[in-house]
Design a protein around this ligand. Structure first.
Ligand code: XMP
Length: 327
């Protein structure tokens, strides 16, 4: 007897009661389903006393920083502060190749940028006395489970930062409206909230972004190369009508160069791997048997349109034993 309408009504009422008549909340937006639905629910409850923070960490997808801002403001009517901190993140990532170090750097930088913005927002909003500030997070049930389990597969091995990790001196109280839900339930709620399909059907994208899909060093040049390859991959998967059928589909830039030919020229450039998986919740996954024509289109477009890549391979590993991401 769980229905989206009932969930929305009770959740909005509960948030309104928690935050009260004067409290303020902030929310980090990623552009993904979870943080967007969480933000819209909270905005229903407290209106523009919610401020959303959207950070460009330099490893977003092609054009994503601009696109997400536009959707969040114009379609979801959210109050958004956008911070372009890409130089700061990329500066810190220079020379780093270890996957966990990349995650830590991005996690720490994010908290620091977010913290700065949050302070500015709460200072501006501060009226009288001690007010509790609220932090909205789009944590889902599987995040809660995986973070709690000692022998949990990926999230213990890979230090995720979307659960916990609050700045200590901020006295923020947490609102996690999606804590009991699975992804498909979040999508149903988003639909009931009239949110655009473009957001609801978006494939998951990791917090550390393209940094964990660039094996080896993350440089601005390599980010630009992967952004182009990734955009082609998404476009072709969408064109084939498969975007919603697969859980995730993306390109990975490998630190492997190989010889190729282009016209009568010999090339020596990077290899790109394509990863597409089917999954219910990301905890286990099967590699997707993409049609050869789709793989052919992705491969030939990447090699001809992306300077710096001359070879494309397809990943046929399921999870377990593989993980979905390569790092
Ligand atoms: P793995 O690679 O562990 O991925 O099989 C499982 C799911 O989690 C996502 N993922 C992350 N999400 N921060 C995130 O927010 C991370 O560090 C991270 N690592 C993996 C991955 O995209 C997949 O959906």
């Amino acid at each position: 007897d769980w229905t989206p309408e009932h969930f929305i009504a009770t959740t909005v009422a509960k948030i309104r009661e928690q935050v009260g008549e004067t409290g303020h909340a902030i929310c980090g937006l990623s552009g993904g389903v979870d943080s967007s639905v969480a933000a819209v629910l909270v905005a229903r409850a407290i209106g523009d006393r919610l401020t959303c923070i959207f950070v460009n960490n330099g490893v977003l997808r092609k054009d994503e920083f601009a696109k997400v801002q536009k959707t969040m403001r114009e379609e979801l009517k959210l109050n958004v502060v956008a911070v372009d901190a890409s130089e700061r993140f990329l500066g810190k990532l220079a020379g780093v190749t270890d996957p966990e170090k990349k995650r830590k750097i991005i996690g720490n930088e994010f908290i620091s940028v977010f913290d700065d913005e949050a302070k500015k927002i709460f200072e501006a909003e501060k009226s009288s006395g001690e007010e509790i500030a609220w932090l909205v997070q789009g944590t889902l049930y599987p995040d809660v489970i995986e973070s709690a389990s000692v022998h949990g597969p990926s999230h213990v091995i890979k230090s995720h930062h979307n659960v916990g990790g609050l700045p200590e001196d901020m006295k923020l109280k947490l609102i996690e409206p999606l804590r009991d839900l699975f992804k498909d339930e979040v999508r149903r709620i988003g639909r009931d909230l009239d949110m655009p399909e473009e957001i609801l059907e978006r494939q998951p994208f990791p917090g550390p972004g393209l940094a964990v899909r660039i094996l080896g060093e993350v440089t601005p040049e390599r980010v630009a190369i992967l952004q182009e390859a990734d955009a082609i991959c998404v476009e072709e998967i969408k064109r084939a009508g498969l975007y919603r059928k697969v859980w995730q589909s993306f390109a990975v830039l490998l630190p492997v160069k190989s010889v190729g030919v282009m016209g009568d020229q010999r090339t020596y450039a990077s290899t790109c791997a394509i990863r597409a998986v089917e999954s219910e919740d990301g905890m286990t996954a099967d590699w997707a048997a993409l049609p050869y024509e789709v793989l052919r289109a992705i491969s030939s477009r990447i090699v001809s349109e992306v300077r710096g890549i001359n070879r494309v391979v397809y990943d046929i590993t399921s999870k377990p034993p593989g993980t979905i991401e390569w790092e």
